[in-house]
Design a binder for this molecule. Structure first.
Ligand code: PEP
Ligand code: MN
Length: 337
């Protein structure tokens, strides 16, 4: 349920409403919509129904939140969420780029990739230290050593670090090093992991599951939000369809749909979304045109030597071309809209 306060509601009215709700054992979330303060209430439905919120001073009206994901819903919060990741914001009109190799393979590879990512204008370095691989015989990641290299690369370049956490037991370790915890497509409905990532308090990038509907994806985000962690960004990375020319089918309509249904920022990953490096730049531009808040792209100093996802990784020149194309498109769109 969302309480719409009157345009002239005093601060004391807002404080009174919040304290009455919290005294009933419920939690609140304040936002601003059309010049008014909105107070979202979450918690047990019976406790909410028992509160006489309509008659509290300063209240204009009370709206039900009909979506079954509540905290993720635009009905609950009309403003776009902007996530502060410690100096770099995700959402709110800045196009962020997260670039780097699929996996952290060695110190030299990662530091070289980080330097290329920084020079090209990315704000985040990506790279998995824990890799969820289809085959148990494929490279599984350098684990803590990989996280150490990521931290060193952050020191060297100033880039923020986004890296994947694959299970509950490693959340604390990954959160020690990462600026943003990535939850991968295969783990989108690992509800215990979502809760643990929510409790870790770090911003979370939640990738869309390989066969997840938009509704399932938003419900997965709700698991993180309901732990009191509102720093959640969604990442469209393609879904499994009958098409096998591409690795996945990048669902750009989901960017537009999710931004209507939810206030959370949406990042697009055209690397996993297509699986083919020649499609990455055009689909990155299409994602920006569709209103994405950012991009995640795989880039490797030598893609032919990559231990994972080489065929979808850009080489340094292709990465620089993508950055130039995307930043001029973003500038054009800003002045055209
Ligand atoms: C990745 O980003 O390297 C990755 C494994 O992505 P996804 O979970 O989208 O497959
Ligand atoms: Mn990858």
């Amino acid at each position: 349920m969302v309480i719409v306060m009157k345009a002239n509601a005093a601060d004391s009215h807002i404080r009174h409403v919040v304290s009455r709700i919290e005294a009933a054992g419920l939690s609140t979330c304040l936002s601003r919509g059309q010049g008014r303060i909105l107070i979202g209430i979450v918690g047990d439905r019976r406790l909410i129904a028992a509160l006489p919120v309509e008659v509290f001073p300063g209240v204009e009206r009370v709206l039900p939140v009909t979506d079954s994901y509540k905290l993720a819903s635009r009905q609950f919060r009309s403003e776009d969420t902007v996530i502060d990741t410690g100096g770099v914001e995700i959402g709110g009109g800045n196009l962020v780029v997260m670039a780097g190799p699929c996996a952290v393979e060695s110190r030299a590879q990662l530091l070289e990739a980080a330097e290329i990512a920084r020079e090209g204008g990315a704000q985040f370095l990506r790279g998995g230290a824990f890799k969820p691989r289809t085959s148990p015989y494929s490279f599984q990641g350098l684990e803590r050593q990989g996280l150490e290299y990521l931290a060193e690369a952050r020191e060297a370049t100033g880039l923020k670090i986004v890296t994947e956490v694959v299970d509950v037991t490693s959340v604390a370790m990954v959160a020690e090093y990462a600026d943003v915890l990535q939850i991968g497509a295969r783990n989108m409905q690992n509800f215990r992991l979502l809760q643990a990532a929510g409790q870790a308090g770090k911003p979370v990038l939640l990738k869309r599951g390989i066969a997840a509907t938009i509704s399932e994806w938003l419900h997965a985000a709700e698991y993180i939000l309901s732990e009191g962690n509102y720093k959640v960004a969604l990442c469209e990375r393609g879904i499994r369809t009958f098409e096998d020319y591409t690795r996945n089918t990048l669902d750009l309509s989901a960017v537009v749909a999710v931004k209507k249904l939810s206030h959370l920022p949406v990042i697009v990953d055209p690397s996993h979304g297509t699986g083919r490096r020649e499609l990455v730049c055009p689909m990155a531009m299409a994602a920006v045109a569709a209103g994405a808040d950012g991009l995640m792209v795989e880039m490797h100093p030598k893609p032919s030597e990559a231990l994972s996802d080489g065929s979808q990784s850009l080489d340094p020149d292709q990465y620089r071309e993508l950055m130039a194309a995307v930043s001029s498109l973003a500038a054009f769109l800003r002045q055209a809209m």
